[in-house]
Write a protein that binds this ligand. Structure first.
Ligand SMILES: Cc1cc2nc3c(=O)[nH]c(=O)nc-3n(C[C@H](O)[C@H](O)[C@H](O)COP(=O)(O)OP(=O)(O)OC[C@H]3O[C@@H](n4cnc5c(N)ncnc54)[C@H](O)[C@@H]3O)c2cc1C
Length: 255
């Protein structure tokens, strides 16, 4: 089975600064078809680079692909997206998603940082279940209007750790689905907590490492697509697949 992802050329049509740390890019792209999976992501290669970074498809319609990009202190895409990039041509890879709602789910709980906010917004907009969100997002501009009003949202302060938040959650007694993304080492610890302490079935949650805290620019990012496809083909659970992805990212950073 080939693991090479299909690629598309896309042109930046619009750049909007949604908040100090979040930039919305609208890309014009022909032939791109959404998977419909609400946390789907694409690989993005910006001009003059060959390294890929991964971004959630915030929305996709009529040949327009919207990505919400976090601009943090230093980074390959961060530096590019901080400038006026309208008119630039980028490459995006075919979308992949990992959100897998069990058929008996009666509720959703979503937890994450700013990098997870685009996915949490799209999930909350498209999945018709009672939804609670815990978001660690410092930019107050995003606290109104970014997430749909039907979701019950708790905005976490910077000092409120995501692990601590998850450990303190009040879990409903009915079946549901827990989705979370953020810094990889934090996510590893949370996955262990859900598995060992909460004893959740692997199908009841999806916890993804979206970025790695490191001293410098990532030497190379690891594509979650092939790992996800191979894991699915081998019958692994999402949780086992994302643990493999964390491991691959860790090895990548030591290469
Ligand atoms: C499936 C998936 C979906 C994702 N969706 C989104 C999305 O919708 N929007 C989004 O902005 N990101 C998203 N991410 C995370 C994004 O790919 C990473 O944050 C990426 O490293 C950013 O690339 P960069 O070129 O800006 O920084 P890099 O060159 O990769 O890293 C430079 C330095 O910045 C640090 N760093 C990287 N990311 C962050 C961060 N978020 N906050 C603080 N420091 C950081 C690194 O540790 C490193 O020291 C997603 C990741 C995955 C795997």
């Amino acid at each position: 089975m080939s693991t090479r992802a299909q690629q598309f050329d896309a042109v930046v049509r619009r750049r909007e600064q949604l908040s100090p740390h979040l930039v919305r890019l609208t890309l014009g792209v022909d032939g791109f078809v959404s998977t419909g999976i609400p946390d789907e992501w694409v690989g993005l290669v910006v001009p003059g680079q060959f390294q890929v970074r991964y971004y959630t498809v915030r929305s996709c319609a009529d040949g327009q692909l919207v990505l919400d990009v976090v601009v943090h202190e230093v980074g390959l895409v961060t530096e590019w997206a901080s400038r006026d990039v309208v008119g630039d041509t980028v490459v995006v890879t075919e979308p992949k998603g990992s959100f897998a709602l069990p058929s008996d789910a009666e509720w959703l709980m979503l937890v994450g940082d700013l990098t997870a906010l685009p996915a949490m917004a799209r999930i909350a907009e498209t999945v018709d279940l009672p939804t609670r969100v815990w978001a660690q997002v410092a930019d107050a501009e995003l606290h109104e209007g970014y997430l749909p009003t039907r979701a019950e949202v708790t905005w976490l302060a910077e000092h409120e750790g995501l692990a601590q938040t998850v450990e303190g959650l009040d879990w409903p007694g009915t079946p549901g689905y827990f989705w979370m993304a953020g810094e990889s080492a934090d996510m590893r610890a949370i996955r262990k907590h859900l598995m060992r302490d909460r004893k959740l079935a692997a199908s009841a949650y999806d916890v993804m490492g979206y970025w790695r805290r490191a001293a410098q620019r990532q030497p190379r990012a690891v594509d979650p697509g092939p790992i996800y496809r191979q894991g699915k083909a081998a019958g692994l659970s999402d949780e086992e697949i994302w643990a493999k992805y964390d491991e691959a990212q860790h090895q990548g950073s030591q290469a």
